[in-house]
Write a protein that binds this ligand. Structure first.
Ligand code: CMC
Length: 428
């Protein structure tokens, strides 16, 4: 008869332990009883970069990396990208169900009513240096929001918590657009809440007082889908940062600033920026084989390839490749797309990439679309952050409402010097 337990024999002592299995996992704390001597600390599990450690139970996003499956609250990403909108997906991630018509209307209105930022925050954004990276501005401005809304730290109050969610989702595109306009030295456009989420963002970025200005609906739709695709991805680096920093019970603005900082790195949200730089450096289809050889020698990585979880094609990359065609019909083709398509083809046939299960990830094509839409490369991680904010918030709420969660505090294996006596400087 099968039992839901794991039997471990410690060959140092010959002792056997029976550990419960729940959801195909064991609790790391159950290992602590394994000791050689009664006063030992007990066995730890060592897992640098959390390759095989579940840090939480979650009901938000499901990924099967081997099969290339991504679902939000059970809904396949392909269906959401095709039929839903970013605001609806944000509601789904946060509250667990798709909204009915009335709930959706209320939700959309509340978010769009919170798109204006405090004028003092606008001044702060304006005071960054002319060449400040917009991601640095976004991180700084979001952190500063905690000083404008100090009540946010009382997030156990449901009304206060709810309001911060509307504020964050409403104001992030405004901060991002102002960061962009600061960078290019143009006056700011205040939000237009009669527009859709992505359309309003494009308007704030682009509008220059033209009489017949209209946001291109194809580009607004493409951006909305890109926000959906980036909305959540379970316990990735930035979401783990959100949960970890949020576990100290800091306000959500400070936690989002930490999550956005994690996203800024080139191995995470900065990868699409790195992809574009890489494609520009390759410059021509004929240079691809030489470039791939250098990747295989370990000189550098092929950016936009590989994923910690997907060991099959990233389902988001498939959808993005399709969107690229819609966007190029409006903007005209991006010359880098030919290099990207050929690079993908050659890499997917190469033993090095096949053996390591390296496929294009979400960032491989997104940068090319963003560039075709006119975004400078340093805005790419900012776009990622706007989409991911709903996921960060959903994961943060799940964490703070989870009675099993406490302040995040990993252990270490100390391998340094044993106790030794201080030596005065003249005797060293
Ligand atoms: N190009 C060439 N080789 C690679 C690449 C790559 N992009 N990615 C992994 N490898 C190799 C790596 O050198 C290693 O080879 P070996 O076994 O011979 O040492 C093997 O594949 C396994 O790599 P790993 O570093 O153990 O894999 P990981 O799960 O720690 O890293 C990753 C995942 C996404 C950080 C990595 O694949 C990478 O650096 N990719 C390029 C950056 C990128 O595109 N990041 C975007 C990720 S998706 C969006 C997001 O999460 O923000």
């Amino acid at each position: 008869m099968s039992k839901n337990t794991l039997t471990i024999t410690d060959n140092r002592t010959g002792k056997t332990y029976e550990i419960p299995i729940e959801n195909d996992s064991i609790r790391a704390i159950d290992l602590r009883q394994i000791k050689v001597n009664p006063d030992d600390f007990g066995m730890l599990s060592y897992d640098p970069a959390y390759l095989n450690t579940a840090s939480c139970k979650s009901r938000i996003t499901y990924i099967d990396g081997a099969k290339g499956i991504l679902r939000y609250r059970g809904y396949p990403i392909e269906q959401l990208a095709e039929q839903s909108t970013y605001k609806e997906v944000a509601y789904l991630l946060l509250y667990g169900e798709l909204p009915n018509a009335e709930q959706l209307e209320f939700w959309q209105n509340r978010i769009m009513r919170h798109t204006y930022i405090h004028e003092d925050l606008r001044h702060m954004i304006q005071n960054f240096r002319y060449d400040a990276h917009p991601m640095g501005i976004l991180i700084g401005a979001v952190a500063a929001m905690s000083t404008f809304h100090p009540e946010a730290k009382n997030f156990d109050d449901p009304e206060i918590r709810q309001k911060q969610i509307w504020r964050i989702l409403g104001k992030l595109p405004t901060i991002a657009a102002f960061a962009y306009r600061t960078r290019i030295g143009r006056p700011y456009n205040y939000p237009d809440s009669s527009l859709g989420y992505a359309a309003n963002f494009l308007y704030m970025l682009d509008y220059m007082n033209q009489r017949d200005y209209e946001v291109n609906p194809v580009l607004a739709k493409a951006l909305d889908v890109l926000f959906i695709l980036h909305a959540d991805h379970e316990q990735n680096c930035s979401t783990s940062a959100m949960r970890s920093v949020g576990s100290s019970r800091v306000d959500p603005y400070s936690a989002i600033a930490a999550a956005a900082s994690a996203l800024y790195g080139p191995l995470h949200g900065g990868a699409n920026e790195a992809v574009l730089r890489m494609l520009t450096e390759i410059g021509n289809v004929k240079n691809i084989p030489g470039y791939i050889e250098r990747v295989k020698k370990g000189e550098f990585r092929l950016m936009g390839f590989g994923h910690r979880v997907y060991k099959n094609y990233d389902p988001r990359a498939k959808i993005i490749k399709k969107i690229a065609h819609d966007v190029f019909e409006v903007t005209g083709s991006n010359p880098l797309i030919d290099i990207a398509v050929e690079l993908e083809k050659i890499a997917l046939e190469d033993e090095y990439f096949i053996k390591r299960k390296l496929y294009p990830n979400v960032d491989f094509y997104s940068g090319i679309i963003y560039q075709a839409m006119g975004f400078p490369v340093d805005m790419f991680p900012v776009l990622f952050a706007i989409g991911r904010a709903s996921g960060w918030l959903a994961q943060w709420i799940e964490m703070i409402d989870d009675p099993e969660q406490r302040i995040a505090r990993p252990r270490q294996l100390y391998l340094g010097e044993p106790m030794r006596d201080y030596v005065p400087v003249d005797q060293r």
